[in-house]
Write a protein that binds this ligand. Structure first.
Ligand SMILES: Cc1ncc(C[n+]2csc(CCOP(=O)(O)OP(=O)(O)O)c2C)c(N)n1
Length: 367
């Protein structure tokens, strides 16, 4: 196991001290270390991984230095366009050090959404012509090799990080003053909905908590589309569903997911749909992968949603606010719920497969 701070310090000896990316559960310790030891000009948590590649490219253009992009392999898809049409040697030829958490590594047990991506991580890089090194304890030599390669070729190179590669690096979670947590908010939402209301929930702990709340209530799961991957696309899935049914479709999103593909909201709101309702649980963090901050508390999401065309946008800080907001919500309205961070240590995962989930929902919504 690599001592995380020593790895970080070694990167710095090579002037690899500009970090940009989207946090990942496998890189939780590294992300925490970067966050604690880099100032805000040297660690930018981006909306999505493609933005990170573009920012690292801009950084190189103005400094001649190599940016370090961190991400989960789920985010590799978001980087394909800027890697191939910006950084590629046949376009601008820009060196970037990619650090990629390898979820779904073949032979290791992981969740369904990581299996195909895990299998294809190395082949995808090979297809894109991106050289990679799988990180081992011999990390100094490996970083040296990456550095020399970037210097000699001006091409991006990837470090692939397997599970449990980095040792624990603990920092205290950022706290806020909100009183309820996500699970309490979800519990309240579910108690207010009826059998004709459908949910599309975002990836991470939101969907896991919804699954457990239904179990606790002895309800089945056929009203819920528990998105397990596709971070940032929850609202678009819900919108697509809402367009083609007269049932209510409630999107339950997270701030990291909202920010990841915020452009989608402009188009959704400009195509009003009376049965689409948007709920955002804003904890100001990527809580599901370690609590790294988003800009969710810095931006005025209610004003953004109004500006792109949502009708009424309600803010909620308490259970009573949620009940009140839900009772008033009409189509193309939004409810933003401000919560503290935190979840149960014993939080489980859906025991139904994504395909079982999809099939039972399709049967019910098409009735
Ligand atoms: C494209 C992509 N990038 C990164 C991830 C890893 N990931 C899973 S959940 C999550 C955090 C989501 O944050 P938010 O939407 O705010 O919800 P919260 O976890 O705070 O409830 C991240 C970064 C992913 N699944 N997909």
């Amino acid at each position: 196991m690599i001592k995380t701070k020593e790895f970080y310090d070694y990167l710095k000896t090579k002037e690899l001290d500009f970090f940009v990316g989207v946090p990942d559960s496998l890189l939780k310790n590294l992300c925490a270390c970067i966050r604690e030891n880099s100032d805000s000009k040297h660690n930018i948590i981006t909306a999505n991984e493609g933005n990170a590649v573009a920012i690292a490219s801009g950084y190189y253009i103005s400094s001649n230095k190599f940016g370090v992009v961190y991400m989960q392999n789920s985010g590799l898809g978001n980087t394909v366009n800027p890697l191939l049409s910006l950084a590629d040697e046949e376009v601008y030829n820009i060196p970037i050090l990619l650090i990629i958490g390898w979820r779904g590594e073949p032979g290791k047990k992981d969740e369904p959404q990581h299996i195909k991506q895990g299998k294809l991580t190395l082949p995808l890089l090979e297809t894109m012509g991106i050289k990679y090194i799988v990180l081992t304890d011999n990390y100094k030599e490996e970083i040296d090799k990456c550095y020399e390669y970037m210097k000699n070729t001006n091409k991006p190179i990837a470090i692939i990080v397997k599970k449990d590669t980095f040792g624990e690096y603990k920092i205290s979670k950022s706290k806020n003053d909100y009183t309820i947590n996500r699970e309490q908010a979800l519990d309240c939402i579910i108690s207010q909905l009826n059998d004709n209301d459908f949910i599309v929930s975002t990836t991470g702990k939101t969907s896991r908590e919804i699954f457990e709340i239904r179990e606790k209530n002895n309800q089945d799961h056929s009203n819920d589309f528990l998105t397990v991957g596709s971070m940032g696309h929850t609202a678009s899935i819900a919108f697509g569903m809402a367009l083609n049914t007269d049932k209510n479709v409630y999107c339950i999103d997270g701030d990291g997911s909202f920010i990841m593909h915020m452009g989608g909201f402009a188009v959704i709101a400009q195509n009003p749909c009376e049965n689409f309702k948007y709920i955002l649980i804003n904890n100001g963090a990527h809580e599901s992968v370690g609590g790294q901050p988003t800009v969710g508390f810095e931006i005025q999401i209610d004003k953004i949603l109004k500006a792109v065309g949502f009708n009424n946008v309600y803010n909620a800080y308490t259970i009573a606010d949620i009940e009140n907001g839900l009772s008033k919500m009409m189509g193309m309205d939004a409810l933003i719920i401000y919560t503290k961070q935190g979840s149960r240590d014993d939080l489980g995962r859906p025991t139904k497969t994504p395909i079982e989930n999809k099939k039972s929902l399709m049967k019910k919504i098409q009735k």
